[in-house]
Design a protein around this ligand. Sequence first.
Ligand code: PEP
Length: 256
Amino acid sequence: MIKKKIIIGNWKMNPLTLKEAEKLYGEVAAGVSRTKNTDIVICPPFLYLEKLTKIRTSKIKLGAQDAFAGDVGAFTGEVSSEMLYEIGARYVMLGHSEKRTLGESNIDVNKKLKGALASGLHPVLCVGETVRDENHGYFSLVKMQLEECLKGISKSSLSKIIIAYEPVWAISSTQNRKDATADDSREMAIFIRKILSDKFGKEAQSVKIIYGGSVNERDAEDFLSNGGVDGLLPGRASLDAKKFAKIVEICETLSR
Ligand code: PEP
């Protein structure tokens, strides 16, 4: 099954002002304007989402970095998937390690994922281990994340879901981080695909699996060619329009 590759930029809690966000988004839009074969998603902070939908580009879809399950209600401080869809978001990252560190559980992520699907958003489910132990316990951890976060999800929803493998030890904000290799990515992508196939059968093929963890314009080609993935999720590199556009261009060239 040939799947269109996808590049998802996670801006995290950046930049500081709306003006800077609009400038960066405009630069990214210009940089990727000739893209044909790659899906591109930018996930800015909630606050900027609606404003960025006003900047014309047919190449980029917007995504949020989190969403609460449900539509409206007494949930102080939360933003629902329904609301996000309503203002123009089409993707939502769920279960990011920076949210899990603050206490988000697989059960929370599962509820959010169901809410996202019900609203029409594409969930980007982030999984990944904090450390790599010699006994390979990280495989069981990723398996548990997948099983618990995808509990009760129907086969017919699978083609909307993206799994982002993000080993926390390779993410740019992790202290004493290490580089993950394309081999690390490929090994885990194969494992994730096997877990999905065991659970869902052949429909599992429709799920995109992507890699994130300090991806940049220098190693994107290696991850895309040898990492066994259908796309990338750059964080820090997505805050530099030139670097992000270069990553998209690399993906585009490889997809031709
Ligand atoms: C992330 O945290 O989603 C991420 C991929 O960040 P970075 O590329 O900065 O490691």
